[in-house]
Design a protein around this ligand. Structure first.
Ligand code: HEC
Length: 219
């Protein structure tokens, strides 16, 4: 348990550190690109916000997939062989804190997202119109309209929005059922069955979205 704890902590620390570097570059880019240039000679090549959100998403999505494939999956199967009693005596379960298990991929994602969002430089989260967790419904016009577009097209949805006087560059990326387990666990969940009895996820369906909000200074 404590070994896994330490390891997860190390992964989280590395992720936050990496995001911090990306962000440092991003903030420089944004402050450079939004400051009026005195002459055309002193323009600094900046990283546009649509690229910054891509970087953040790539890191977060890769970590979640790696956690799903190389931690959660290995609790049951080791190098392709079934291990009915687990490779280590742990289970990935929603009530992980109560039963001494480890978090589900979505919960792991949120734990990291909360740490990354703490300093207010940007926020990242999961949403879905078929949400199990009440806090993860699409909120506001950008998320409601954008989530529907992402489900229809399977493509990211990006744009500027203003929340409480603060301008943001925001993006919603599709969150597809990359494994059979994504679909089957959600389909079987009691909250899902009660709220969305007609929604049956299949492999590769878009199940929701990853939302990133990047506050813009000087807007
Ligand atoms: C063993 C069960 C299980 C598996 C496997 C699983 N999920 Fe979830 N997922 C949940 C539960 C339970 C929640 C709500 C928990 C929370 O976030 O507090 C959730 C939350 C989510 C959300 C946020 C919206 C919501 O329902 O609250 C998305 C999007 C999502 N999962 C997509 C996926 C994808 C994609 C995969 C596969 C990579 C996956 N899930 C794998 C059980 C599972």
């Amino acid at each position: 348990m404590s070994l896994i704890d330490n390891w997860l902590k190390a992964i989280r620390t590395r992720t936050v550190a990496f995001i911090a570097i990306v962000l440092a570059v991003a903030v420089t880019a944004i402050s450079c690109s939004s400051s009026p240039s005195a002459s055309s000679g002193d323009t600094v090549a900046g990283i546009p916000p649509e690229l910054v959100v891509d970087y953040i998403h790539t890191v977060a999505a890769s970590d979640r997939t790696a956690y799903t494939k190389h931690v959660v999956a290995r609790l049951k199967k080791l190098e392709g062989n079934e291990k009915p009693n687990g490779v280590v005596p742990a289970e990935a379960t929603e009530a992980w804190q109560q039963v001494g298990g480890i978090p589900l991929p979505a919960q792991m994602f949120r734990l990291g997202a909360e740490l990354a969002s703490e300093d207010g430089d940007f926020t990242i989260g999961l949403i879905s119109p078929w949400n199990i967790n009440d806090n993860q419904a699409p909120k506001g016009e950008f998320e409601e309209v954008g989530m529907q577009k992402v489900i229809e097209t399977g493509e990211p949805y990006k744009g500027y929005q203003e929340i409480g006087g603060q301008k943001y560059y925001s993006a919603i990326y599709p969150d597809p059922a990359v494994a059979e387990a994504c679909a089957s666990c959600h389909n079987a969940h009691p909250v899902h069955r009660e709220r969305y009895p007609d929604k049956v996820f299949k492999l590769n369906d878009v199940m929701g979205g990853v939302v990133i909000n990047l506050p813009l200074s000087g807007a």
